[in-house]
Write a protein that binds this ligand. Sequence first.
Ligand code: IMP
Ligand code: MG
Length: 185
Amino acid sequence: MNIDPSGSLGEILFTEEQIASRVRELASQITQDYQGKSLVVMSVLKGSVFFLTDITRHIDLPVELEFVKISTYKGTTQPQVQPRFEHGLPWVHGKNVLLVEDIVDTGETLHYAREALLQNGVASVRICVLLAKEGYQSRGGCVPDYIGFCIPNLFVVGYGLDYQERFRNLPCVAVLHQSGDGESK
Ligand code: IMP
Ligand code: MG
């Protein structure tokens, strides 16, 4: 893959195989936890798209799928705006919603999404993330119910995660070094 001049791929944190194996474990836990209940799996676009399609195919329950888009990072590696739903929320009143997101960093995005769902009268909301960045608990945001992997406080890309819309289609999760990181290799 061609590398953006402003960012170069570093260490692979999780290979395709490691991700697939962990995704199956999470799916099996979710299957157990929602036995006998209805379930709406709500994907937070775009970062969770590969995670969503992989995990739902291993959840052995009749799930409904919904998609929401929440703006936060505007093409940089730092949050610049308050989260907001770009196209509103689907009608999920009275349903059990499992929000699926790529990563929790400050937890603000998921905190916002969870509060909005509760205000819209869902029966329950749980949160499933592929990655949780070290220290997310102390940043005051949301604490996920299901976490694929905990990672150091680094910017990562791949398996849906992007830097300026690039690298989403990497099958693994890798560290992105940016110019100015002091890691100019
Ligand atoms: P939070 O609201 O600070 O938890 O940020 C969550 C959102 O920021 C995620 O949905 C990602 O889109 C983005 N984000 C946070 N950290 C990273 C990263 O390391 N790589 C790519 N996107 C990230
Ligand atoms: Mg995202």
